[in-house]
Ligand binder design. Structure first.
Ligand code: ATP
Length: 519
């Protein structure tokens, strides 16, 4: 549902005129959909209400008939291809006097609600894209939302009541933001990236968009997410995608939205906050609470409202007393500023991240298990760059293009070929231990020095592998070290113990023992 191509504004106007003619239905009709229409609409709504990054293309294939979807064609284009078939059927319904929700009863009415919702969405999403672009470019001026009343009338024209219509407008806006931040801000078309997008989408809309709109709409605050992944895999970008895709209702006057996109996401890196100040930064303090507390200070938790998400990065390094306090926020949704006795309510949503592995996080006494379980309702693993490139080597060029575009704008093309040529000098299975952040640095170095020579940092998979290869070559490894190094190398490339077990013919537990013992 959230994907689609830009379109001309005239299309909106024609569409509104058509629908206004039917705003007040004469009488509920018993004339209903034909079996063919019912099948088509049912398949259509199943398709467009599904996760747009899902793998199920069968429904689309059936809907599009001969124009079967190709893997390379984005869902956006497929949805646009659906439109003529949908318009044809809606025209036929209109000719039979069926153009308003009140013309339908029972299940047909439920179905037509979704059809009209999708139809309205396809006709208007470009307006929301314009609004998002306006805010992302930081114009600093209020966006022109003169189209809002027209859109509201269009929804009223389908038969949605005013309250519902305002909700759907907020949903359209939310879907477009989710599409923008999940699809466009994260580059990559490999399967691991598609899987990541599916998970991010579900973190925002759950697995059932219909249920979400009916039940969970404004109740997602209690669904915390824990992002796990190596450094530079994009945990910050993934957290921002979730945070900026939350619901934002229309403001009280119905003229605009209650919050700007930038107000919805706050990030903090916990490892950068000094131990003495961390509680005050998170929960705030009262004047006089400690030496230097000359004024009341509002912490991050009170600044994040019910439409906001607070991103707590590097949660794995948090001191135990602060974990205890955070656990209370997660469980009771209350916190107390330093020096105060009055608990305050936290209304927002939490996304946390760590680059420590789960095994490492939970192996010592440094991380409270109850805190982990409260956070872990939704765990998302960020794919490493080497997993992504193992699946789709073309992703390197996509990323280089996108990162260069960010660095130097439109003229990126000129440099791209030279940079790709230089990166091709790296070993084919270079493990990119610093992931996308390392790739960013690699681009800078190629621009400055003409080539990229990775730094061998202790603990990096790259330097470990080099040392292991050298030791194997001079014959100084025993069987355990040899197998451990081999399993680890495979693990870095394949990403799971199961996959390593398949390749080596060992059982999973033995593989895990070799990998963990060989680090
Ligand atoms: N899929 C991606 N597409 C485009 N840019 C990306 C992607 N993944 C990461 N980046 C970029 O790489 C850089 C590092 O990403 P980010 O800071 O989100 O990583 P991280 O996992 O949070 O790292 P750390 O654990 O070190 O904080 C950022 O500039 C980000 O925009």
């Amino acid at each position: 549902m959230p994907l689609g191509r830009q379109e001309a504004p005239e299309r909106h106007a024609t569409h509104f005129r058509r629908h206004r003619r039917h705003r007040t239905p004469a009488m509920p009709s018993t004339r209903q959909l034909t079996p063919e229409e019912r099948d088509f609409f049912a398949l259509l709504t199943e398709t467009v209400f599904a996760n747009p990054f899902g793998t199920d293309r069968d429904r689309l294939t059936r809907l599009l008939g001969r124009e079967a979807p190709l893997d390379t064609v984005s869902q956006a284009i497929l949805y646009d291809r659906l439109m003529p078939a949908l318009e044809r059927r809606l025209d036929r319904l209109r000719d039979r006097g069926l153009s308003h929700l009140d013309h339908f009863i029972g299940e047909d009415r439920m179905l037509m609600r979704q059809v009209f919702l999708f139809h309205g969405y396809q006709h208007h999403y470009a307006l929301f894209d314009g609004l998002i672009a306006h805010q992302r470019l930081g114009h600093g001026t209020a966006p022109d939302l003169g189209w809002m009343p027209t859109l509201l009338n269009a929804l009223l024209g389908y038969g949605f009541d005013p309250k519902e219509s305002r909700r759907w407008i907020a949903l359209y806006y939310q879907l477009r933001r989710a599409y923008y931040f999940i699809e466009r801000a994260l580059v990559g078309r490999s399967e691991p990236m598609r899987a990541l997008r599916r998970s991010l989408w579900n973190s925002v809309f759950t697995t059932d968009l219909n249920n979400y709109t009916l039940l969970l709409w404004e109740r997602m605050q209690d669904f915390s997410t824990l992002l796990l992944g190596e450094t530079g895999t994009g945990k910050g970008s993934a957290a921002a995608a979730i945070g900026r895709s939350g619901v934002i209702p229309l403001d009280a006057q119905g003229q605009g939205f209650a919050r700007g996109i930038e107000q919805t996401f706050t990030a903090t890196n916990l490892s950068e906050l000094s131990e003495g100040l961390i509680e005050s930064e998170l929960f705030g303090h009262r004047k006089g609470a400690f030496t230097g507390a000359v004024d009341n200070h509002e912490g991050l938790f009170s600044r994040c409202d019910s439409y906001g998400t607070l991103f707590l990065d590097e949660i794995g390094d948090l001191a135990l007393p602060v974990q205890t306090k955070l656990l209370r926020v997660l469980q009771e949704r209350t916190f107390t500023p330093v020096g105060s006795h009055k608990p305050l309510r936290f209304e927002g949503r939490i996304v946390a991240a760590t680059n420590r592995s789960l095994e490492d996080l939970l192996s010592g006494a440094g991380f409270r298990r109850d805190f982990f379980y409260r956070l872990s309702g939704n765990i998302i693993r960020m794919p490493t760059l080497r997993e992504r490139l193992a699946d789709n080597p073309g992703e390197l060029e996509d990323l280089v293009g996108a990162l260069l575009g960010r660095m130097i704008g439109d003229s990126a093309d000129v440099l791209q070929a030279r940079i790709m040529e230089s990166l091709s000098e790296l070993p084919a299975d270079y493990p990119w231990p610093g992931n996308v952040r390392e790739l960013e640095q690699a681009l800078r170095r190629v621009i400055l020095n003409g080539r990229y020579v990775p730094d061998a940092l202790p603990g990096d998979p790259a330097s470990e592998i080099d040392a292991w290869l050298a030791a194997a070559e001079v014959g100084s490894l025993d069987a355990g070290e040899l197998l451990g190094g081999y399993c680890r190398r495979l693990y870095d490339r394949l990403g799971t113990y199961e996959a390593v077990a398949r390749v080596t013919g060992l059982d999973r537990r033995t593989v895990k023992r070799h990998i963990d013992g060989s680090a």
